[in-house]
Write a protein that binds this ligand. Structure first.
Ligand code: NAP
Length: 456
C-alpha cells in the first residue's frame, strides 16, 4: 500500500527531526533538547501513519501503542541512572524483534515484491532476530537475572556453524519463499538461537559494548524493513540508529582497547597470574582529605561508577565550589567508559550544575595529573588502574587509563576493598602517594564539605 504524499511528507519531516535530535545529543548542553526533538519526530511519524487510507486493524494498532507507550513511560520514570544500560538493551531488543516481526508478517502474506525487497527482508529478519534474543540476554545479565557467563566447549565453532546455517536458510528463503513456510520458520528459529548462543558467553564487563553493537544491528534491520514497507521514515531512522550505534561501539571498544572480535569471541579473563602488587593500602580520615585539598593549588577529580550509585554528584559539586572559593583550581577528568556507559559521568555532573568547561576528556587532562597536588578518585576503579599499562596478564591490559597515579597525592573514596567492574585488584591503591577514604561516596563528600567549611 503506497502512502499518499502528505503522509510521505510527514514521514520525511519526522526523519529530519530524528537527525536534528541526534545532532543535539552530541553535547550534554543540548542533549535533552535533542531527545525531545527526536521524540516529536517519532510522534509525527506515528500520527501520519494513521492517515494512510484503507489502513486496517486501527484498534489493534492503538492498543499496541497504549501498551508499549505506557510501559515505556512508567519504566522511564522509575529507572535509576545506573540501570540505564539494561533499559537501553531491552528497548533495543524490542526494536530488533519488531524489525524481524515485520519481515515475518510480509513472508506470511506472501507479498514480497522482487529480489531486492526479499533479500533485504531476510537480512533485516536475521539481524533483527539476533539483536532481539541477544539484547534480552544482555538485559538479563545486567539486571542480575542471569549471573553466569555460559560458554559451550567449542563456542566459536558453534557460533560460526549457526551463522552459516542461518545465512544458508536465508538464501533458501529468498529463492523459495513463500512456497516453503516451514523453511521460513526454521530460518527464524535459527536466527533467534544464534542471538542467544553468541551473547550467553559474553561477560558483564563487555556487555555495554555488545548492547551498543546490537543497537547498530537493530538500526540496520529497521532500515532494511523500512525499504520492504516503502517507509522512508523507517529507512532514515534505521540508518541514523545504525550509524550512531556503530560509532558508539567503536568508541567503547577503543576506550577499552579491546577489538570487537575480541569482545565477541574471547572471554575477558586474566591470561596468567599477573604482576605481584607490593605495598599496602593506607587509610586517611575525611578531615585530612579536606585539608590536603584545601591547601592544594590544583585538584583533579576522577568520578566513576561509585559516584553514580551513591548519587554523590551534587555533594561533589558543592565541595568543588568550596575549594574554588579557597583559591584551589579544580578540574574533572572523565574516562570514556567511566560508569556504565559513555557519557554517564558527564550527564551526572551536568545534572549537578558542574560547568562544561571544568570537565575534561582523557586525552585533554592526562598530561595535567603530574602538576596536580591531589587527584580525588571518587567511586572509580578500573579507569585509574596503572596495571592496565604494565601487566600483560591483566584483563584490562592496554586499556587507556587516567594517570591519577602521577599526581602528588591520590585520595580514593570507596566503601571497602572491593574490586572494580573487571574484578581485578588496583595497583594504584597500594602506592605510597595514595590514601584510602573508606565510606559511601555521598556521606564522605558531605564530611569533607563540613571540614572545608570549618577551615574557611
Ligand atoms: P568500576 O571499575 O566499576 O569501580 C567502581 C568502584 O566504585 C568500585 O571499586 C566500588 O568499590 C566503588 N563503589 C561502588 N559503590 C560505591 C559507593 N556507593 N560509594 C563509593 N564507592 C562506591 O568503575 P569505573 O572506574 O567507573 O570503571 C567503569 C568500568 O565499567 C570499567 O571496567 C569499564 O571498562 C566498564 N565498562 C564501562 C562502559 C561504559 O561505557 N562506561 C562500557 C563497558 C564497560 P567498593 O565496592 O569498595 O565501594
Amino acid at each position: 500500500m503506497t502512502a499518499p504524499f502528505y503522509v510521505q511528507g510527514a514521514w520525511f519531516v519526522g526523519a529530519l527531526l530524528f537527525i536534528f535530535g541526534l545532532k543535539g545529543m552530541s553535547s550534554p548542553a543540548s542533549a535533552r533538547r535533542g531527545i525531545v526533538i527526536a521524540g516529536y519526530g517519532m510522534l509525527l511519524a506515528i500520527a501520519a501513519t494513521f492517515l494512510i487510507p484503507g489502513l486496517q486493524n486501527l484498534g489493534l494498532m492503538a492498543l499496541a501503542l497504549v501498551i508499549g507507550g505506557g510501559a515505556a513511560w512508567i519504566s522511564a520514570q522509575k529507572v535509576k541512572m545506573t540501570d540505564m544500560p539494561q533499559m537501553v538493551a531491552i528497548y533495543n531488543g524490542m526494536g530488533g524483534g519488531a524489525a524481524a516481526a515485520i519481515a515475518a508478517v510480509e513472508f506470511a502474506k506472501g507479498e514480497m515484491h522482487g529480489l531486492v525487497a526479499t533479500t533485504l527482508a531476510v537480512l533485516g529478519a536475521l539481524i533483527g532476530a539476533v539483536s532481539f534474543t541477544g539484547s534480552c540476554v544482555a538485559w538479563a545479565k545486567l539486571q542480575g537475572v542471569l549471573r553466569k557467563a555460559y560458554r559451550l566447549p567449542a563456542q566459536n565453532a558453534v557460533n560460526v556453524l549457526l551463522a552459516v546455517i542461518a545465512v544458508g536458510l536465508g538464501l533458501v528463503v529468498i529463492a523459495l519463499a513463500p512456497e516453503r513456510p516451514e523453511l521460513v520458520i526454521a530460518f527464524f528459529v535459527i536466527a533467534l538461537v544464534l542471538g542467544l548462543i553468541v551473547t550467553l558467553p559474553i561477560g558483564g564487563a563487555d556487555m555495554p559494548v555488545v548492547i551498543s553493537l546490537f543497537n547498530a544491528f537493530t538500526g540496520l534491520a529497521v532500515g532494511f524493513e523500512g525499504y520492504v514497507l516503502g517507509n522512508p521514515a523507517l529507512i532514515i531512522a534505521g540508518i541514523v540508529v545504525g550509524a550512531a550505534g556503530t560509532l558508539l561501539t567503536q568508541l567503547m571498544a577503543k576506550a577499552m582497547n579491546r577489538p570487537l572480535s575480541n569482545i565477541l569471541f574471547t572471554p575477558m579473563v586474566a591470561s596468567g597470574p599477573g604482576e605481584a602488587i607490593s605495598g599496602s593500602m593506607k587509610e586517611v580520615g575525611a578531615i585530612d582529605a579536606a585539608a590536603m585539598m584545601r591547601y592544594a593549588s590544583k585538584v583533579i577529580i576522577v568520578p566513576g561508577y561509585g559516584m553514580a550509585v551513591a548519587h554523590a554528584q551534587h555533594k561533589v559539586w558543592e565541595m568543588t565550589e568550596l575549594l574554588e572559593e579557597a583559591g584551589v583550581e579544580v578540574k574533572f577528568a572523565i574516562h570514556p567508559v567511566a560508569g556504565r556507559m559513555p557519557g554517564h559521568m558527564n550527564v551526572l555532573l551536568a545534572e549537578a550544575g558542574v560547568p562544561y568547561d571544568k570537565i575534561f576528556d582523557l586525552e585533554e587532562i592526562n598530561g595535567e595529573f603530574g602538576q596536580a597536588d591531589v587527584a580525588l578518585v571518587i567511586g572509580a576503579n578500573d579507569v585509574v588502574n596503572p596495571s592496565a599499562r604494565t601487566d600483560k596478564a591483566s584483563p584490562i591490559y592496554g586499556m587507556p587509563i587516567l594517570d591519577a597515579d602521577k599526581a602528588q597525592n591520590v585520595i580514593v573514596i570507596k566503601r571497602g576493598k572491593g574490586t572494580g567492574y573487571s574484578g581485578v585488584e588496583n595497583a594504584l591503591f597500594y602506592t605510597d602517594n595514595c590514601r584510602m577514604l573508606y565510606g559511601d561516596a555521598q556521606p564522605m563528600a558531605g564530611e569533607i564539605i563540613q571540614h572545608l567549611k570549618s577551615m574557611a
